[in-house]
Design a protein around this ligand. Sequence first.
Ligand code: GTP
Ligand code: MG
Length: 195
Amino acid sequence: MKIHHAEFISGAAKPGQFPMTNLPEIAFSGRSNVGKSSLINSFVHRKNLARTSSTPGKTSEINFFNIENRWALADMPGFGFTKRGVERRRDWAELNFSYLENRHELKLVCCLIDSRHDPMEMDLLFIEWLENHKKDYIIILTKCDKLKKGAIENRKEQLDSLVAECNYCQDVLPYSSVKDIGRSELMALIKRFGK
Ligand code: GTP
Ligand code: MG
C-alpha cells in the first residue's frame, strides 16, 4: 500500500501535550539509535518526515505523525542513553510511561531491537513492562540489511523463543529501513491492530 498523506502533527515534551487526534495510534519505542525515526520514514517512503541522527538521544519529545488521516504514529524518544543526567532520565521516564499507560488511542507498541545484538537488559525490562500492563506489542528487529539471511533467521528464532510464553507479543518482525525488508508485514499488522 502506497502512503499518499503523511504529516507531522506535533511534539510532546510533557504528558499534558499529547495531541487530540481521535486516530488509532501505533508507537515506536526502543533504545536510542535503534532506528525508530528511520523506520517511520521508510514506512511512509519519505526521507525526512521524522528526524534521524547518528548521535543517540537527541530527541527528547514524543513526535506524532498523521498517516492517511487513518492512523497516528508516535516516534518515542530512545531509552538507555547514559549521558543524560538524572533529571532528564526522570523526565524521560515520566513522559514515556505516562504515555504508554494512559494514551487511550494507543493500539500497538512496536518494540525495536537491533538485530545485530542480543537484546539488552533494558529491552527485556521493557517487554516485561508491556506484558505486566497488558499492552499489545510486536518486536521489530532493525537494521537487518546489515546481517546475512541465516543470521536474521537465528535472531528471529532467539526472539521467538524469548516471547514464547508471553501473552501480548503479536509478532517478531525483521525490518530494514534501507532495504525492503518487513514493510508489507508491518503494514498488515498496523491494519490489523490500528482500528
Ligand atoms: P533516537 O531518536 O536517538 O532514539 O534514535 P532512533 O531510534 O530514532 O534512530 P535513527 O532512526 O535516528 O537511526 C540511527 C542511525 O541508524 C542512523 O545513522 C540511521 O541512518 C541508522 N539506521 C536506522 N535504520 C537503519 C537500517 O535499517 N539500516 C541501516 N543500515 N542503518 C539504519
Ligand atoms: Mg529518533
